[in-house]
Design a protein around this ligand. Structure first.
Ligand SMILES: NC(=O)c1ccc[n+]([C@@H]2O[C@H](COP(=O)([O-])OP(=O)(O)OC[C@H]3O[C@@H](n4cnc5c(N)ncnc54)[C@H](OP(=O)(O)O)[C@@H]3O)[C@@H](O)[C@H]2O)c1
Length: 366
């Protein structure tokens, strides 16, 4: 193994706020490798809305608007992280690390040295790994991968054998485990008709591929400019982002005005129509609210139609190991829209929030 440097290039979040809160450093200390850790030389790190939501403090209950709303001006600093506890600064964000293991702690398998790995973003108490109260998010409760090097617990990395590039592999982890968690919680299987919102994004495009993998019929909602690319993923029908008459749009696109399952990461003002198109006994799963977290629920729609609502965030550990298998067997494919060098992380975040892309954007260390 090559000798390791003492410092590295890193983009560091110093406080909640605008882009200025993110600062580039060329002499940040290399992270210490704990007994259960591996040190990864980062080849690429994917982006996620969590990075932005955390930076601006959008998770605070004082914020009621869409993700792009200027949350940091309104949020207090008592609950602005995904898990409700304050973030400790300085913090290196970035949950989807792909790279080579260049050092291992005393308890980590030597065999991991030199392996190409990807990371599972759910940090766990490994004495109680199914306890969702004892979890943290990589790049939020622990430093992540917007740097040349990153550490991760040995049980949070998966060796991956794939012809895909590091940047392509970095599109998968958070989005696809989130999507698989939603599908598994809603019990999606062959024969289900699944409606997916925000279908062009990281989680949405993962939902399309993973729902098709389960044998479901997929109807995807997205801006029309992105429809062509999403059809190539195997969607059975495409609808616009927010049709004025959702049941009518479904009927004309598929012959039926209803679906068995809705997988939603958008929320916002048009949310009630998503429940209205569910069949009796239908299931709704939610992992995000990019258009706004406060929605209006008519309880009659819920109980008179025997609906089940699922929230989904922390997923069990097997979801990540299953995903590595899907990637290695070519059952899912990456949608890499762009790469940016680490020093241009701010430009990458601007492009990410403009939402002109399909899939995900990855950061490549200098
Ligand atoms: N719970 C979890 O563990 C978890 C994990 C990952 C992500 N999330 C959350 O899930 C949501 C989606 O994440 P993602 O990574 O898939 O996001 P993304 O890549 O940014 O995609 C979101 C898509 O939603 C669509 N959209 C619809 N209405 C929108 C609006 N008002 N503003 C912006 N976009 C809108 C856009 O597609 P069109 O232009 O095609 O409509 C956009 O591409 C985020 O809120 C994120 O925080 C949660």
């Amino acid at each position: 193994m090559p000798e390791l440097p003492k410092t590295m290039h890193a983009f560091v979040l110093h406080e909640h706020g605008g882009m200025d809160a993110l600062r580039y450093h060329e002499d940040w200390p290399l992270p210490e490798v704990g007994p259960d850790d591996v040190l990864i030389k980062v080849g690429a790190c994917g982006m996620n809305n969590t990075d932005i939501n955390t930076r601006v403090g959008w998770y605070s209950k004082t914020v009621t608007g869409a993700t792009e709303s200027n949350a940091s001006e309104k949020s207090g600093d008592t609950d602005p992280s995904w898990g409700g506890a304050p973030i400790r600064f300085p913090r290196i964000q970035g949950a989807d690390v792909v790279g080579e293991v260049v050092a291992v702690g005393a308890n980590a398998e030597q065999a991991l040295l030199g392996k190409r790995v990807m990371t599972d973003n759910w940090m766990r108490d490994w004495d109680d790994p199914m306890n969702r109260d004892r979890t943290g998010y990589y790049g939020s409760e622990r430093d992540g991968g917007f740097a040349q090097y990153a550490t991760a617990d040995r049980r949070n990395v998966g060796a991956v054998n794939s012809p895909l590039s590091d940047a392509e592999l970095a599109t998968f982890s958070c989005s696809y485990t989130t999507a698989e968690g939603m599908l598994s919680r809603a019990g999606v299987g062959a024969g289900d008709r699944v409606l997916i919102t925000g279908a062009s994004g990281g989680v949405g495009s993962a939902l399309i591929q993973l729902a098709k993998r389960r044998g479901a019929t997929v109807i995807a909602m997205s801006s029309p400019a992105k429809h062509e690319q999403l059809r190539e993923l195997g969607t059975d029908a495409m609808l616009e982002r927010t049709p004025a008459d959702l049941a009518g749009a479904l009927k004309s696109a598929t012959g039926q005005p209803s679906v068995d399952v809705v997988c939603d990461i958008v929320g916002g003002d048009s949310w009630p129509s998503l429940l209205e198109v569910l069949v009796r006994g239908g299931r709704y799963a939610c992992s995000g609210a990019i258009a706004g977290p406060i929605v209006s629920l008519d309880l009659r729609t819920l109980y008179l139609n025997d609906l089940t609502l699922h929230g989904s965030t922390v997923v069990p550990p097997h979801i990540f190991t299953d995903l590595v298998g899907y990637i290695e067997r070519g059952e899912v494919r990456p949608l890499l829209a762009a790469t940016y060098p680490l020093r241009d992380l701010q430009a990458a975040q601007r492009a990410f929030t403009e939402k002109a892309h399909v899939g995900n954007i990855a950061i490549i260390p200098d």
